[in-house]
Design a protein around this ligand. Structure first.
Ligand SMILES: CC(C)(COP(=O)(O)OP(=O)(O)OC[C@H]1O[C@@H](n2cnc3c(N)ncnc32)[C@H](O)[C@@H]1OP(=O)(O)O)[C@@H](O)C(=O)NCCC(=O)NCCS
Length: 189
C-alpha cells in the first residue's frame, strides 16, 4: 500500500494567532545563511543539541543531507518554517523513533522572528500532519526544565503537559531533567 513517504515531502500550511500565513517546506540552498545564524544563536546553543561552532559547511549539509534524510528514511520530516514571502523564519523536525507510532519534535525560531507566534502554529501543523497522515499515535515534546519559551510553544500548540523526566535529556555529555508534553490522536477529536 502506498504511504505518504512514496511522494515528495509535503508543504504544510499554518496560520498564526495573528493571522500570519506560514508554510512548512523542505530546506533549500537559499536558507543556508539563516540556518547558520539560527543555529549559532546563544539561546539555541543553550537549549538544543545543535552542534557547536555551526559553520557554513554544516548549514549546507543540513540542507542537502540532514533535512531531507528524515523523509528519505521514512522517519518523519524536517521542515523550514517560512513566512508569507517564503523566507526562513525557523525550522522544525518531526522525528519518528523506535516505536513507529511515536515521534518527537525539535524546533528553532530565528532570533529576529521570535515572539510572533510562529512556532506554535508550525508545531500544531506538523503534529497534526503526523497524527492524521503518518500513522502516529503520539507526538512528544521535550525541553530542558526552565525552557519556558519552548513550553509556551507546546502549550499554545495544544500539547498536554505530562511532567518531568529526571535525567530525561542528553545534553553535551550530561543528563538534564526535562519537561514532557504530548499531543495524541484523541486530542484531535
Ligand atoms: C522557543 C522558541 C522556539 C519560541 O518560538 P517563537 O516562534 O518565538 O514562539 P512564540 O512567539 O509563541 O513565543 C513563545 C514564548 O517565547 C517568549 N518570547 C516572546 N517574545 C520573545 C522574543 N522576542 N524572544 C525570545 N522569546 C520570546 C514568550 O515567553 C512566548 O510566550 P508567550 O506568547 O506566552 O508570551 C524560540 O524562542 C527559540 O527558538 N528558542 C531557542 C531554541 C529553543 O529553545 N528551541 C526549543 C528546544 S525544546
Amino acid at each position: 500500500m502506498a504511504t505518504p513517504y512514496d511522494s515528495p515531502q509535503p508543504v504544510l500550511n499554518a496560520t498564526t494567532s495573528h493571522g500570519e500565513h506560514l508554510t512548512l517546506r523542505p530546506a533549500e540552498a537559499r536558507d543556508a545563511d539563516a540556518i547558520q545564524k539560527a543555529c549559532s544563536d546563544p539561546e539555541t546553543v543553550r537549549w538544543t543539541t545543535v552542534p557547536l561552532g555551526y559553520d557554513a559547511e554544516m548549514a549546507a549539509g543540513f540542507v542537502t543531507e540532514y533535512a531531507p534524510g528524515w523523509w528519505q528514511r521514512r522517519q518523519g520530516a524536517c521542515w523550514v518554517v517560512a513566512d508569507a514571502e517564503g523566507s526562513y523564519v525557523g525550522q522544525l523536525d518531526l522525528r519518528v523513533g523506535k516505536d513507529p507510532e511515536v515521534a518527537d519534535v525539535g524546533f528553532i525560531t530565528a532570533p529576529y522572528a521570535r515572539g510572533r507566534g510562529y512556532m506554535p502554529a508550525a508545531l500544531r501543523a506538523a503534529a497534526e500532519y503526523g497524527l492524521r497522515e503518518l500513522g502516529l499515535a503520539r507526538v512528544e515534546w521535550k525541553a530542558h526544565v526552565g525552557n519556558d519559551g519552548s513550553r509556551r510553544v507546546a502549550e499554545k500548540a495544544g500539547f498536554v503537559f505530562e511532567g518531568v523526566q529526571r535525567g530525561g535529556c542528553a545534553h553535551r555529555g550530561e543528563r538534564r531533567d526535562c519537561w514532557i508534553a504530548a499531543l495524541i490522536q484523541e486530542d484531535l477529536a
